[in-house]
Design a protein around this ligand. Structure first.
Ligand code: ADP
Length: 648
């Protein structure tokens, strides 16, 4: 990824390098061309100078020859010298000397100018004069300075008559004037022309421009020789500003490209960071989804499935492909409950799903049914728009099975507990039953005696038979009550009178109470409203509490053995309390009082109170124990339970 980012940068650097080297090459080429042009121009100038000088030499040579061969030397000199000076403005003066180095004539003035006098001052001109006379041919003098800084050269042309030196023609060239006249204006516009010698002494300069030169070229100036050189320097022209502009533009453009590239890189980095964060977030969500044991199912507003998680797929046995985009009826709906399921589905879409969730039966792919607990929530998107419904689905089949099992066990326990209670009361019940049976037997014996007597009228036996019937009913009632109590039945709540329940219980416990000298006091208001309850269960609770109270009073003095059953009614509930004056409950026992199988009695089962509490809770009431502050013995317990008057 990094190298991919570096690639365009590398490309830009290469492009920039290529452009700059192209520019450099162009510049080099141009410089090369400039130099060639410079050399050409210098060669031309040197040729031009030489051509002029040698032209002048020829004319002076011709004049020297003519002055010897023709009469009227002075006239010829004047005429020709004037002509020469006129046509060659670079010449400042022409002088005619005799062999003794005396001026015979001179132009432009006949009087000798200071220059000419001076010209014969410097030894250089003497040397040139000597050389010209000795060699017998034209000779240039070395350059010399006069009048301050003005430099001159002189051309000596000897006048020979046969082998005899007759005089000398001297042409005076101020070097400055020479340049001024022989270097054309256009040349001076482009170049700086300087005449120097080997010692870098500068004799004359011509230029029309200011500034620094970029390249120069030198060429020997011969004639006059003596190490004199023509140095030509070229100047920068304005047109390379375009090139500079181009370079600057290239650099600015490259910088711009770099900058935008940097921005793109920054953007890409930000983007890749965001992608990385998104990937991490996605991975986190996926692993969260996969680890969820709760099924998740999303639906759009029309009820079509938009998403299911792996747990939901596992639960139903259908793959996500088989479920997503499906509209009702769903493949996991139970066919025989399709109408109810559709109604629930519609109420969820209408926004009426119960906030505490609802139970429904679904079908797995293999046809197996399962119970699901579903919580529906609104699906809100990033813009706050309601886009559908998200359901979390719990498979509660196992839980329901366990609950059912626990319920059955509880029921079994209740039943067992009732049997145990009956077992415990068996002897007193047998005694109770014995009384009517004994009465029946004695009434029966009386009847038989009466029948054996003569003259026994049927009406004599009638009262006895009626009493037998009463006693038989009494016995039957006891047996029916016992039968009712131990009968195994499903718990069902129906309106029942608490007074009847208490009365029934008292019927059970009274024989025992009598035996143990326990008084049972009952305080039940008249006209109690019927309460929605399972009568048998309530009897079991009351019987349990009364018997516990009786057992707790085993060591209580007989006079104080009282059980009080008090019923109070309030707006919403009945409050029933069973108090005793027994041994009371210690704090340690109190904490475990309602724990199943907790007992302090050697023969006890310890399930009585735990069953009582679950029965009362089944009736949506509460059961608890308090100390009995009104007990004359100082110890005692009150068990209190409440029952709601209205069935919810
Ligand atoms: P069990 O009667 O078989 O022991 P219970 O669940 O009915 O089982 O009672 C549990 C324990 O609570 C009893 O063993 C006893 O110690 C205590 N207990 C219950 N009722 C009373 C009471 N009225 N006074 C004192 N202790 C009591």
């Amino acid at each position: 990824m990094a190298w991919l980012l570096a690639l365009p940068k590398f490309g830009i650097v290469l492009l920039l390098a290529a452009l700059l080297s192209l520019l450099w090459l162009l510049q080099n080429n141009e410089a090369e061309e400039d130099r060639t042009a410079l050399i050409k121009d210098v060669l031309w100038l040197e040729q031009n100078l030489r051509f002029h000088l040698s032209g002048n030499e020829e004319q002076l040579q011709q004049l020297a020859a003519d002055m010897v061969s023709l009469p009227e030397q002075k006239k010829i000199f004047r005429l020709r010298a004037a002509h020469l000076l006129k046509n060659n403005p670079e010449l400042s003066q022409l002088l005619w000397f005799d062999a003794q180095r005396k001026v015979v004539d001179a132009l432009p003035t006949s009087t000798l100018p200071d220059e000419a006098i001076a010209a014969f001052g410097p030894p250089v001109t003497d040397k040139a004069f000597d050389m010209a006379s000795r060699l017998g041919k034209r000779v240039y003098s070395e350059p010399f300075f006069l009048e301050g800084n003005r430099a001159f050269i002189e051309l000596m042309v000897p006048v020979f008559d046969g082998r005899e030196l007759k005089g000398m023609l001297v042409a005076v060239y101020p070097i400055e004037t020479l340049l001024n006249n022989l270097v054309p204006w256009w040349f001076a516009e482009k170049y700086k022309v300087v005449i120097v010698d080997d010692n870098d002494i500068q004799y004359a300069t011509k230029t029309h421009i200011e500034g620094s030169g970029i390249q120069s070229y030198e060429i020997p100036l011969d004639p006059p020789g003596y190490g004199m050189k023509l140095r030509v320097t070229s100047y920068k022209t304005a047109d390379n500003s375009l090139q500079r502009l181009l370079t600057v533009a290239i650099v600015i453009l490259a910088a711009g490209v770099f900058w935008s590239l940097w921005l793109v890189r920054d953007l890409m980095q930000k983007r890749s960071r965001a992608e990385e964060a998104l990937r991490a977030e996605h991975a986190f969500r996926t692993s969260m989804e996969n680890s969820l044991t709760v099924g998740m199912r999303a639906r759009d507003l029309s009820g079509c499935i938009t998403y299911v998680n792996p747990a939901f797929c596992k639960m139903t046995g259908f793959s996500s492909k088989e479920l997503v985009d499906k509209s009702p009826p769903m493949p996991y709906w139970v066919p025989e409950q399709i109408d109810e399921t559709y109604a629930i589905h519609q109420s969820v879409l209408d926004g009426n799903a119960p906030p505490d969730g609802f139970e429904i039966t679904f079908k797995r792919k293999n046809g197996e049914r399962f119970n699901a607990l579903i919580y529906e929530a609104r699906l809100i998107d990033g813009n706050g728009q309601h886009t559908g419904w998200m359901a979390s689905v719990l498979d509660i089949t196992e839980r329901k099975r366990a609950e059912e099992l626990a319920r059955q066990q509880q029921e079994q326990l209740q039943f067992t507990s009732r049997l145990v209670t009956m077992g415990e009361m068996a002897s007193t019940l047998a005694h109770e039953l014995n009384q009517p049976l004994a009465a029946i037997a004695s009434y029966n014996a009386g009847c038989l005696n009466l029948l054996e007597r003569d003259g026994c009228a049927p009406q004599d036996i009638r009262p006895a038979l009626e009493k037998i019937s009463v006693q038989a009913q009494r016995a039957g009632k006891i047996i029916r009550r016992v039968h009712d109590f131990v009968r195994k039945s499903e718990p069902k709540r129906a309106p029942c009178s608490l007074g009847d329940v208490i009365e029934d219980c008292l019927g059970f416990v009274e024989p025992d109470a009598r035996k143990h000298q326990i008084r049972i006091e009952c305080e039940v208001p008249h006209h109690l409203p019927p309460i929605p309850a399972d009568r048998l269960m309530l009897e079991q609770v009351l019987l349990n509490l009364i018997r516990n109270g009786m057992e707790a009073m085993a060591s209580t003095p007989a006079a104080d053995r009282v059980i009080r059953i008090v019923t109070e009614i309030s707006a919403a509930e009945l409050r029933i309390s069973v108090s005793d004056c027994g041994c009371g409950i210690t704090p340690e026992v109190r904490t475990k009082l309602f724990t199943a199988f907790f007992t302090t009695k050697p023969e006890g089962m310890g399930v009585g109170l735990s069953i009582c509490r679950s029965i009362i809770e089944f009736h949506r009431g509460r059961l608890w124990a308090e100390d009995n502050p009104q007990s004359p013995t100082g110890t005692g317990t009150i068990f209190i339970f409440t029952l709601p008057l209205e069935d919810a």
